[in-house]
Design a protein around this ligand. Structure first.
Ligand SMILES: NC(=O)c1ccc[n+]([C@@H]2O[C@H](COP(=O)([O-])OP(=O)(O)OC[C@H]3O[C@@H](n4cnc5c(N)ncnc54)[C@H](O)[C@@H]3O)[C@@H](O)[C@H]2O)c1
Length: 266
């Protein structure tokens, strides 16, 4: 279980509310900034409803009203003083997001992390003009954030990887057993290199596969099948991962059969 801290969220719309719920349910304190402080009780009601659903589903063990005591709602940036992490989730507009970052930089210490839940604005663009661009990351949830086990941590050109590592460590309890690199280990790295070489010229600005994957495949790494991959393996741990992957895939197959494509006319 990761250390519990106080995390800021800016914007309390669709995503800001579910992100705040997700962080509260993980045991942290949350300070949420809204421009519409008059709607505080409405937002609290929305968040307590989300928490109650989580409790009914057996995901949240605490009483929702006790969890809600960890939430502060404000319209005052100075309350973010001493926060180690603040996540912006306002409308998808570069200028508006940058104005939020400027206000955050006025109160945060230089090594506090600023995350943006942007859907598609490149992090490098959001970093330009900041006093400390190295601490800005994309921290991107899927909706509904409190239910999904999905989080993307994205570095821009100026991001310092140590901040991304800190967020990944904080988010670890959310993480399902395999992320992208483990998945490549499980299903065979050389095939991904071949696909990247075919598709990148058309789908990406770069026309080449990443050098580190070229080097990994050239060294003979195939993934769990030969116990050499992005992650370190022994023969035994590679077999364990392979078994877990098959069990997981059967479970997902059974679950997806519960939700057929055709649900009949409504
Ligand atoms: N909706 C999704 O499924 C989804 C998924 C992933 C990421 N996102 C991203 O999350 C962000 C928020 O999206 P959303 O769907 O919650 O939008 P939304 O319109 O529901 O919420 C945006 C909120 O930001 C508030 N806001 C606007 N400017 C502000 C400011 N300067 N300071 C404080 N609050 C401000 C608005 O009042 C509103 O409550 C966007 O960047 C969006 O691209 C959305």
């Amino acid at each position: 279980m990761s250390e519990k801290i106080q995390i800021g969220v800016v914007g309390l719309g669709l995503m800001g509310s579910s992100i705040a719920t997700c962080i509260l349910a993980a045991g942290h304190k949350v300070t949420s900034l809204t421009r519409h402080i008059e709607k505080e009780s409405e937002v609290r009601k929305r968040i307590v409803n989300f928490l109650t659903q989580l409790q009914e589903e057996g995901i949240l063990k605490e009483d929702p009203n006790t969890v809600l005591e960890r939430l502060t709602i404000t319209d005052d940036y100075s309350l973010f003083l001493n926060h180690e992490v603040v996540i912006e989730s306002i409308i998808e507009n570069v200028d508006d997001k940058k104005r939020v970052f400027q206000q955050l930089e006025n109160v945060l210490s230089p090594n506090a992390i600023i995350g943006s839940n942007t859907s598609a604005i490149p992090v490098t663009i959001l970093q330009s003009g900041l006093k400390h661009p190295e601490r800005l990351l994309g921290i991107h949830w899927g909706e509904p954030a409190h239910i999904l086990r999905f989080l993307e941590v994205i570095c821009g050109e100026q991001s310092d990887i140590k901040y991304a590592e800190k967020i990944v460590a904080l988010a670890e309890d959310w993480i399902t057993f395999a992320g992208l690199f483990r998945f490549m280990d499980l299903t065979g790295i050389p095939a991904y290199l071949a696909v990247m070489k075919d598709l990148f010229p058309e789908l990406d600005n770069s026309t080449k596969a990443p050098v580190f994957i070229e080097e990994l495949v050239a060294s003979g790494a195939k993934g769990v099948s030969n116990a050499q991959g992005f992650y370190p393996y022994t023969k035994e741990s590679a077999e364990k991962w392979e078994k877990l992957f098959i069990e997981f895939t059967y479970d997902i197959r059974k679950l997806s059969e519960k939700y057929p494509k055709n649900i009949g006319d409504l």
